[in-house]
Design a binder for this molecule. Sequence first.
Ligand SMILES: [Zn+2]
Length: 229
Amino acid sequence: MPETIITEKFCRRCQARKPASAFYRRRDAPIGLMAHCKECQRLARRPAPPPPAPSLPGEEWRPVAGYEGWYEVSNHGRVRGGLKSYQVTYQGRILRHTVSDYGYCTINLSRGGNKRLHFVHRLVAAAFIGPRPEGLEVNHRNGIKTDNRPANLEYLTPSANCIHAIETGLAPAREGEGNGQARLTESQVEEIRQLYASGVTQKALAQAFGVGKANVSMICGRKSWRHLP
Ligand SMILES: [Zn+2]
C-alpha cells in the first residue's frame, strides 16, 4: 500500500486548513502531524500577557532620553516599555526595577540588542528637569534614594551632594584622624567659599571635604588661600 503524503491539514484549535509545513511532526508517528498548528501551539505555550498597568492619578509619562519610543518614564519614578519595544509583552508595561547595593533603583534598558543598566533617578531627572549638566550629580532632596519623583530630585555638584548626604545621615562623616591629611585643590577652596556663602555650615563643609573645621574657618574668613577670589 503506497504511503499517503499529507499536504494539508485541518487545525482543531484555530479551525483552519493549513499546509503541512504549518504543523510540527509527531515524534511517535513518522508520517503523522500534530493536531494543532505551530502557531496555536506557540500561543498555548505562552500565556497571554496581562493588560498594561493603569497610570496612577496625576501620572505623566515622558520619553526616556536616548530611548525615544522605546521606553517612557513617569513623574512617579516608574518606567514602562514604549510602542517600539520589539517584545509586545513590554509595550506599555511597567518595568520592574532592582535596588542596587547602594540603595538606588536601577533598571536595564535595551535597544537594538544593547542592554545597559541605568539609574532610575537619572532617567527621571533628565526627562522632567532637563539634561544633566556636565559634572553635576542627581541629589535626592529628602534623602530617600528610592523616592524618584521629580520634585525630590535636583542637580548638585559632587561635593554639595556629599554635604547633603552627611546632613541627611546617608553618609558617615569622616572626622578627626579618619579623614587623613586632606589636601585641598584651588577649585575645592573656591567651592567651599561658594557653598559657605550659600548657607552651608562650616562644620558640614569640613566633614564633606575631609578637613578640619579650623581649616574651613581660615578659608571662609580668607585667612588662608588669599590669592584666590
Ligand atoms: Zn491552529
